[in-house]
Write a protein that binds this ligand. Structure first.
Ligand SMILES: Cc1cc2nc3c(=O)[nH]c(=O)nc-3n(C[C@H](O)[C@H](O)[C@H](O)COP(=O)(O)OP(=O)(O)OC[C@H]3O[C@@H](n4cnc5c(N)ncnc54)[C@H](O)[C@@H]3O)c2cc1C
Length: 509
């Protein structure tokens, strides 16, 4: 088996992997790097999820890359437009050719004698006409590894076991594996769930289905936002387009940050305002109880909907919401604990994601598996005690890309620092015993975060081990604060090792 060596390897060609690669092209032009991607297409999340209506729930001005702003007027874009935006960005920054598709990595081992990462996995090549897909083992090495693998398991979503679910005679679907030929015209659909996926699916399916019922155990905050940014549309007539989009981005980032802060500071007031919005949007006789959560706003991610589309579907009688526990699944529907029965031809289990770290690969240091649960995160980008590795993890309380962009900017500064100082290795060392007990996703109290607590790296008791989750502060620290802060330790790569690395460097392909 041939080994291919690169200075830097990025795992994942989703929003984070492509964003990081663009930063490398721009800010570290001398770095020889490649992207290893398990799928056969760019896009990650936005390639995988194909259910009706799939869209962002962040506003696109904040969700787009800082270096290539989203140029559109829709506040929340559909999945395919986001996938194309990522693909176009990759083409514009000339990173498309650096992607090795079909490479599924299973192990990353840091070899401290060689001072390099060894990556093992399999490459699958699409089947030629009439033949089978070819799968072959692959091995890569690199000096610096950047994980852009997202945060969930692509193989399967979270599927709780409901009593009787195997007796159901209709179609049972998880949104992560949507059958593209599903015909739901005039069918009775029940969507189990109350998160972003459920509130997207219900109005989208209600257009064709006989009726769609959203069945939730407990309510979520649902906030109607304008589908189009009319102010930016108007401004574009008077000032250059790029200025208008730039202004919209700054405005939305600030507005969102204020909203989050206000929700934390005055939860009762924000709750009252949000519930007032629901009251106004729902028709006479519709109960607001289904949209009145027990928790405070932003304790869990809240669901934004464009132009109140979910409320419109309910008001039109095409959709309804039921808040009740499931007793069991029957042959033709769902029996509830209050004794009611919801008839269904199709059940969509919008029950969420299964969290997974590093795309499921085994992380090792000299052959010893790293227990990520016992590692601190440094600035949310490095892992304590793990050399020459970064992982790009976005915000969970704001648009993911805002933090992913900052993380990529920081990684470029770090790589340039290594080059300028002639160092070959960096490692974050906690000399002061800062271990805390909250995970890197503790800003959210969602079920899927709690289920994965045993996997997630920890935050420390103070900065830089503690996450700030605040864009302007993070921006300053990631893009301006000195790289050499006394916590990161550096060491040189042996000269002989440098020579060997250059000799083995292989072309991409
Ligand atoms: C339906 C849905 C809607 C969302 N909407 C929003 C939103 O509106 N706003 C927001 O901020 N966030 C949203 N998110 C979160 C979203 O996942 C992130 O915003 C963002 O897309 C993550 O990008 P990423 O590149 O980090 O990860 P991903 O998109 O998950 O991409 C990871 C890539 O790494 C590859 N990979 C993983 N493991 C391996 C391996 N071992 N070997 C090789 N390749 C590997 C995967 O194949 C994939 O292509 C949403 C998530 C979902 C599921």
């Amino acid at each position: 088996m041939r080994t291919q060596h690169f200075d830097t390897l990025i795992i994942g060609a989703g929003l984070s992997g492509i964003g990081t690669a663009c930063h490398l092209m721009r800010d570290c032009p001398d770095t020889d790097f490649a992207i290893l991607e398990r799928r056969q297409q760019i896009g990650g999340t936005w390639d995988l999820f194909r259910y009706p209506g799939v869209r962002s729930d962040s506003d696109m001005f904040s969700f787009g890359f800082s270096f290539r702003p989203w140029n559109g007027l829709k506040t929340m874009a559909d999945g395919e437009s986001i996938r194309r935006y990522i693909e176009d960005t990759a083409a514009e920054y000339r990173v498309s050719d650096k992607i090795h598709f079909g490479v599924n990595l299973s192990e990353a081992n840091w070899d401290s004698a060689q001072q390099r990462w060894q990556l093992l996995g399999e490459r699958s090549r699409a089947a030629e006409e009439g033949g089978n897909a070819v799968i072959e083992p692959v091995r890569f090495t690199c000096k610096v590894l950047i994980s852009c693998t997202g945060y969930y398991d692509y193989q399967a979503g979270y599927q709780p076991e409901f009593p009787g679910m195997h007796d159901f005679q209709g179609q049972w679907i998880h949104p992560q594996h949507w059958p593209q030929d599903l015909d739901y015209g005039n069918k009775r659909v029940v969507v189990i769930g109350s998160g972003a996926t459920a509130v997207t699916l219900v109005p989208a399916m209600a257009e064709q289905a006989a009726h769609v019922t959203m069945l939730q155990r407990s309510p979520t905050y649902v906030l109607s936002v304008p589908a189009e940014d009319k102010l930016t549309h108007w401004l574009k007539r008077w000032i250059p387009e790029q200025w208008a989009y730039g202004m919209a981005r700054r405005r939305n980032i600030t507005l969102h940050r204020w909203m989050f802060k206000a929700a934390k500071r005055w939860p009762q007031l924000v709750r009252k305002l949000m519930l007032r919005g629901v009251r106004k949007a729902l028709g006479e006789g519709e109960s607001t109880a289904h949209f009145t959560p027990r928790y405070a706003p932003w304790d869990q991610r809240l669901c934004a909907i464009p132009d109140g589309d979910l409320f419109a579907a309910i008001n039109a009688g095409k959709a309804s919401v039921v808040t009740e526990e499931i007793d069991c699944i029957t042959e033709n529907g769902i029996r509830l604990q209050n004794g009611d029965h919801l008839p269904a031809d199709i059940i969509v289990s919008a029950t969420g994601l299964k969290l997974q770290l590093l795309g499921g690969l085994a992380l090792k240091l000299d052959g010893e598996t790293v227990d990520t649960r016992n590692r601190l995160t440094y600035k949310g980008v490095l892992m304590e005690g793990v050399p020459n590795m970064a992982w790009v993890f976005g915000y969970t309380n704001a648009a993911w890309t805002l933090k992913a962009d900052l993380a990529a900017g920081y990684i470029c500064r770090l790589l340039n620092h290594l080059r300028d100082t002639g160092q070959g290795q960096f490692i974050a060392v906690d000399n002061e015993g800062c271990m805390g007990d909250t995970s890197v996703m503790s800003a959210l109290q969602s079920g899927y975060v709690e289920r994965a607590d045993h996997l997630l790296p920890r935050q420390g008791t103070r900065y830089p081990w503690k996450l700030l989750n605040d864009y302007p502060q993070d921006r300053k620290i990631m893009l301006e604060a000195p790289i050499d802060d006394g916590i990161l330790e550096f060491s040189a790569t042996p000269v002989a090792e440098n020579h060997r690395a250059q000799e083995e460097a292989a072309p991409t392909g």
